[in-house]
Ligand binder design. Sequence first.
Ligand SMILES: [Zn+2]
Length: 158
Amino acid sequence: MKRTDIIVPITVAQYSELSQTEKTLVDAARAASTSAYAPYSRFSVGAAILLSDGNIVSGSNQENAAYPSGLCAERTAAFYAHSRYHEAKFETIAIAARDTSGAETPAPIAPCGACRQSLLEYETLAGHPVKVILYGADEIFILPSVQSLLPVAFTDFQ
Ligand SMILES: [Zn+2]
């Protein structure tokens, strides 16, 4: 028997420290959060994905009175991105959110487990790590890959 530790490297940054490409993607996620349909949770999330062809696809959470019928921002963006630009690879995803008052969350917002699972498959399809930028108004977390958000993941590709 042996023990294995999994270390998740997180770069903590301020908006001003991001590259122009990262700022553009984060801004797209922040803008997408304003189009959320979140009458039940009142928690508005936006996600934006930079693709290998340069396109940026964004999405927001879309809720429903039948709660499980709604969808998170991350999967809204990911499913549309692969539907619309199926030959492009995911490069980076940024996620941002607004609280019930409409203000941007001070802390970084992270994807739920189901979104991590979905995003991991697109990372596998890409064949390279997909950088993850979790935006918060006070600080931003940058992770090197979706896998770092979902270690010891279930996958059909291994
Ligand atoms: Zn989710």
